[in-house]
Design a protein around this ligand. Sequence first.
Ligand code: N01
Length: 541
Amino acid sequence: MAPHNPALSESNDIDYDVVVVGAGMGGIYATHTYTEDGLSVLGLEGAAGVGGVWYHNRYPGARVDVESFYYSYFFDKDLYKEWKWTERYPAQPEILAYLDHVAERFHVKEKFQFNTWMSGAQWDPAGNRYTVTTDKGDTYTCRYLVMTSGQLSKPRKPSFEGLDDFQGEWVQTSQWPDRHIELEGKRIAIIGTGSSGVQAIPILAEAASHLTVFHRTANYSIPANNSPLDQAKYDDFAGRLDEVWEEVVHHPGAAPIPMPSRAAADYTPEEQQARLEECWSYGGHSMNLVFTDQGTNKDVNDIVSEFVRNKIRTIVDDPDVAETLVPTEYPIGSRRLCVVTGFYKTFIRDNVTLVDVKSDPIIKITPTGIQTQNGHIEVDLIVFALGFNAFTGALDEANITNEEGKHPSDLWKRGPRTYLGLMTTGFPNLFIITGPGSPSVLANMIVCNVQHVDFVGDIISHMHEHHYNRVEPTLDAQDSWTEHVAEVASKLLRLNVENYMVHVNKDDNSRVFQPYAGGFPAYVQRCEEVIANDFEGFDFK
Ligand code: N01
């Protein structure tokens, strides 16, 4: 348990330089990078293998909505060249295989303890280190605690009355078991129609004798238009990876899809329709990028929203079902777009029923099914697709305490406060990868993870160079970044819509947008300026 490189570590009274928590995309890269940097690294992972969200979200239909050309690590040219994606938007098993391959290839797995949850970490100011405990009863000390535990990894648990007495089987999309779940011929219910639910629904419908979909808020679901991978394009990318990486980091979402160049008013109505059709055909998040002003101008947003509503009306033949599925409660793009394959068509099937829980609420789960206000539905299997305690859920569960025994969330009662989404004042040497205040879920997560891990690596190198023991952001830097994050989000229509990206203070209804909405390039530029200005905003001791 001695440090891998005592010369770098300088301190012999710690077990590891770095403890990395979570073996998802961020944890794999962090473990590889910091090991390469000569640091000793211990990884802790609650699951039996690597993959993070792609380990747990193995529900039928799960697939990424970022094109595989960009949903890849770029740090190793041979890795990029050799890996063969099969689809434009790969499915969960393929992504998990990819992450497993990367972890294997770069000897990351041997650094991790699997089936091991971190149960707490306490900052020790005298030793400038964290004491990390696990559910196995082990204790480790480390200089740096790197949380790659994700922003969408702590599932919202079902809390329906009667669930304990249900005699059938129930599962969560976000914790789909690593075993065969029999779907064929079953009477299945699914509750939740966010990004996860809408992906699972078409597959469940194909297998079930009957599928009942319980939905609460209609979402905008845009066809992915998935296709086999364009191998020639991939090979071209692999041959000029540095150039492609530049394109990636200069795109607001860190995944180059065509950007709008003009406001809606710059087009005639006919040209607007042509542009809408063009984005619909491209598919996925392109529907957020039809006009430059659709995220800030409600009238323009209405044009895009109405276009999608009409598409739904043409696909779903039953007008009552169609109107239930038509999103009316919020402007398009003010919640994350759902990206789907065959979702609306599923409601043409005669083995599928839609229940709107706003007009027919779920009263309880019974031993044999679901009791709603209007009736009882007998089911064999219930699938919960209820989403996550986003941004703070995994961090809270990790039970990290500072010198005063406080958790980060104790100081974030009115919304997260961070510097660059990476660190929070009062918690020295704690790095939150893709945390609130960084682009995080608004950009391509694999790229965000890599950028953050590299930035943290730069901070650690700077510390070793100057023999510093601890770092945390100054309160001023944290306050001004938090204000900047709020300022950038202030004009967004999505700030005023109920969704997991917004923290709402119940007493005065004030709203805090959690990710940084200024775009990935602006964020990267700020990080580069911080480094160029001798790590301004960080207080080193
Ligand atoms: O979670 P969600 P998700 N009774 O929070 C409903 C990423 N992701 O797991 O909208 C009834 O979006 C809730 O209803 P409402 C992506 O970032 C990516 O689907 O709150 N219903 C909603 O319908 C995404 O944004 C990919 O009214 C209840 C659903 O549950 C994020 O993960 C794939 C309820 C939760 O939707 C989260 O997506 C999957 C209740 N008591 C996920 N409680 C891709 O890359 C909640 N709901 C494609």
